[in-house]
Design a protein. Structure first.
Length: 294
C-alpha cells in the first residue's frame, strides 16, 4: 500500500498542510500515526475523494469496458463465450488485471495471487480487502485449479519438485512479472529457500500458459508452471505442485447487471462441471459463489 507523508498528501490533494492537519484533527480524512508521524494511505485518499464526489442529477459513474482482464484460463474463456455474456477477455496477468480494474477500465479481473511465505494465506481475498480502491468490489469464486510443472512427454529431465529447477540444470519458461503463475513460482522457490535468480529462465517470458506449453514443445524450455488443463491440451506431461483458488473481482454495481449475471448463472450449470472435468485439473464445486462482499 502506498503511504504518503503529510507534505506529500497535501501536495496530492492540493491543500495547505495546515488545512490537512485540521482535517486530521476533526477525524475527517483517512490517516494513521506511526512513530509520531501522520501517514496517509493513497488508496484510502482516492476512496475518500470518490466518496465525496458530487455528480449532477442523472449523471452515472463512468462505466468500465465489457472486458474481463487479469489471468488467462481456458475454462473461463469457454464460459464467457458459452454463457452469452458478451464479455471479452484481456489476459495479461493477475496483478496487471487488478491495476486496470482499479482504474475502472474492466468490468472484472480474474486473479490467482500467492503469498510468498505462507501457502495457507487467502491472497486473493487479502488483496481485495486490503486495498481501498476496491471498496465496492465483490469476489466471486470461479474454480480451484491444479498448478504444476509442464514438461516434455515422459518427463525426460525427471523433475519431481520445485527445488529441481534450482542450479541451472533445466531451462525454465517464466511468466511476466505480476502474473499469477510467476507469483506462484516465486513463492514456491522462496519456501524452498531459493530465488528466481537461481534458475535458468528463458527469454522472453511467456504471456500465458499455452505459450509456456509452446516453448516446451519447441524445445526452447524444459519446463514451466501452468495448469493441468494446459498440459493436457498440449499433450505434455505434468508434475503437480499445488491447488490454487481462481477468482473473479467485480464491482458491486456491475455484478447485478446482465453481462456478469449471465456468466455467474452459467457457472452453476452442469455444462460447466462437465467442461471442467473434460479439461482436467478443475474443482468447480463453488463456481459462482460470492466469497466476499463489502
Amino acid at each position: 500500500m502506498d503511504l504518503l507523508t503529510t507534505a506529500e498528501a497535501a501536495s496530492y490533494l492540493r491543500l495547505k498542510e495546515r488545512k490537512l492537519y485540521e482535517l486530521v484533527a476533526n477525524g475527517a480524512i483517512p490517516c494513521t500515526k506511526v512513530t509520531g508521524k501522520w501517514l496517509f494511505p493513497k488508496p484510502e485518499l482516492d476512496h475518500w475523494l470518490s466518496s465525496s464526489l458530487v455528480r449532477p442529477e442523472g449523471l452515472a459513474p463512468v462505466e468500465p469496458m465489457p472486458i474481463v482482464g487479469g489471468s488467462h484460463d481456458p475454462l473461463l474463456e469457454w464460459a464467457l463465450r458459452e454463457s452469452g455474456s458478451g464479455l471479452a477477455t484481456l489476459p495479461e496477468g493477475s496483478e496487471a488485471g487488478l491495476r486496470r480494474f482499479g482504474r475502472g477500465e474492466l468490468v472484472a479481473a480474474a486473479i490467482h495471487l500467492h503469498a510468498v511465505q505462507r501457502a495457507d494465506v487467502d491472497a486473493n481475498l487479502e488483496a481485495v480487502r486490503g486495498d481501498g480502491s476496491f471498496h465496492d468490489a465483490v469476489l466471486v469464486a470461479f474454480a480451484r485449479r491444479e498448478q504444476g510443472l509442464l514438461v516434455a512427454e515422459g518427463n525426460p529431465k525427471k523433475l519431481v519438485a520445485i527445488a529441481d529447477l534450482v542450479g541451472g540444470r533445466v531451462k525454465v519458461a517464466t511468466r511476466p512479472k505480476g502474473a499469477g503463475a510467476q507469483l506462484l513460482l516465486e513463492a514456491l522457490l522462496a519456501r524452498a529457500g531459493a530465488g528466481v535468480e537461481e534458475i535458468a529462465a528463458v527469454d522472453p517470458p511467456c504471456p500465458t500458459g499455452p505459450d509456456v506449453a509452446q516453448a516446451i514443445r519447441a524445445g526452447r524450455a524444459d519446463c514451466g508452471i501452468a495448469t493441468r488443463a494446459v498440459a493436457d491440451a498440449a499433450g505434455l506431461s505434468f508434475v503437480p505442485l499445488q491447488w490454487e483458488v481462481f477468482d473473479l473481482v467485480v464491482r458491486q454495481r456491475c455484478y447485478f447487471r446482465p453481462p456478469v449475471q449471465s456468466l455467474v448463472t452459467f457457472l452453476r450449470t452442469p455444462a460447466v462441471a462437465a467442461r471442467a472435468k473434460e479439461l482436467g485439473g478443475y474443482d468447480v464445486a463453488d463456481a459462482g459463489r460470492v466469497r466476499y462482499a463489502p
